[in-house]
Design a binder for this molecule. Structure first.
Ligand code: GDP
Ligand code: ZN
Length: 386
């Protein structure tokens, strides 16, 4: 659209009253949302739009005002004359995510049902996740138009395509990794996988060892818990708890005060029971509910952000509390072992994988006792699995 056309458009817009302008803008926006994703992609990549089959006739000149506005929007989504006509734009937090829909909490505390703009919905759970800060616009109902960059995230692979990243929760401060003793028994090695996923997303981990009531006091308990010392040495908080005896529940709550958190861990370790002990008002279903990628559960449940006492916010992701590492490049794995970091750069080869190469700084740090052998083993095991 040339300068003269734009002037013509502005002049004709100026003749309208505010109500007519808003109506026109809404119709244009609705049309924009209905457009095929292929056309949208073209616009986003600034390809030649002249070749697109515009529904509205070829020329702006001599067309109706609506045709002019629509053509302008199809050519350039950032046209200022249109942006200024938006009814309302507000920021909020996604607190519930369903299919093509979500709920957004505004700073006033009001929760609004929203649609997700088609260009975001196409990559839902990647582009929009519970915990995201978003901009909503329009009404009846409003739609989510833009997602702010995330501070942190927790991702897992898509169940059907491991190359696609699914963001389970956004902007979380703490990921509580729950393990149990006795039933199921403590296998500290499963922690490494979670810790890599957490480090990748930038949140802080906390390890909660549940079902302590099943383990007698004394040397048995000490021997079992001593398996966690490599993680304590990493500076990761470890809270021992029992939902039966209520041991550790207040301690856990104190760690989560003022934070946005999410609970992860294998099925049956007591995540739902812990959430209920911490926040009885939530009444999360416990026990026999199957989890993970099993048919049914992850399709019928939606992630929800709950605001509970002491400034704690918790994202409950019922179907996806157990998850694997999404398609991570082997060469990047070492980046998510924070204890390797001080020794990076001392390897003979720049592209050292820290596995078989001679004069490897990481291996020599293990030999000197600066990196725990358990953690190095964990690295090798995860490396082999990628
Ligand atoms: P989730 O799959 O991780 O959410 O685990 P649930 O919360 O559903 O708990 C699984 C089972 O462990 C249930 O039968 C709970 O009653 C039981 N359980 C949970 N916490 C404890 C605990 O601290 N001690 C004991 N003995 N059992 C627990
Ligand atoms: Zn190396």
């Amino acid at each position: 659209m040339n300068y003269k056309d734009t002037l013509e458009l502005k002049a004709r817009l100026a003749e309208l009253n505010a109500g007519e302008r808003t109506k026109l803008y809404k119709r244009a926006s609705a049309l924009r949302r209905e457009r095929q994703p292929s056309q949208r992609r073209n616009i986003e990549t600034n390809l030649d739009l002249e070749s697109l089959p515009l529904k509205l006739g070829p020329s702006s000149r001599g067309g109706s005002l609506e045709e002019l506005v629509l053509e302008l929007i199809l050519k350039d989504e950032s046209v200022e004359v249109c942006e200024t006509q938006r009814p309302v734009i507000e920021a909020g937090t996604v607190v519930w995510l369903g299919s093509m829909r979500c709920r957004v909490e505004l700073p006033t505390g009001m929760v609004v049902d929203c649609r997700i703009a088609s260009h975001l919905a196409a990559r839902q759970q990647t582009d929009v996740a519970v915990g995201d800060q978003v901009w909503i616009t329009g009404d009846d109902p409003p739609w989510v138009e833009k997602v702010e960059p995330r501070k942190t995230k927790l991702s897992r692979p898509d169940p059907d395509n491991a190359h696609i990243e699914r963001v389970v929760a956004a902007n979380i401060d703490v990921v509580v990794v729950v393990v149990s003793v006795v039933a199921p028994p403590l296998h500290p090695r499963i922690l490494d996988r979670y810790l890599v996923a957490i480090e990748y997303g930038g949140a802080k981990p906390l390890i909660c060892v549940n079902k302590l009531d099943l383990l007698p006091e004394g040397w048995e308990r000490d021997a079992e818990l001593s398996q966690l010392s490599p993680y304590i040495e990493l500076g990761i908080p470890v809270v021992c708890a029992s939902t039966t005896s209520h041991e550790g529940i207040e301690d856990l709550k104190a760690h989560l005060a003022g934070k946005l958190c999410v609970f992860v861990g294998h099925s049956g370790v007591g995540k739902s029971s812990l959430i209920n002990s911490l926040f009885p008002e939530l009444s999360i279903a416990t026990g026999s509910v199957s989890e993970g990628y099993g048919r049914g559960t992850h399709t019928t449940t939606a992630s929800t952000l709950h605001r509970v006492g002491e400034g704690i916010r918790i994202i409950d992701t019922p179907g996806v509390r157990s998850f694997g590492l999404w398609d991570m490049d082997r060469r990047d794995l070492h980046l998510y072992f924070s204890d390797f970091r001080p020794h990076e750069g001392s390897c003979k080869y720049n592209d050292c994988s820290h596995t078989h190469e001679p004069k490897c700084g990481i291996k020599s740090a293990v030999e000197k006792g600066l990196i725990s052998p358990e953690r190095y083993d964990a690295y090798l095991r995860l490396f082999d699995g990628l």
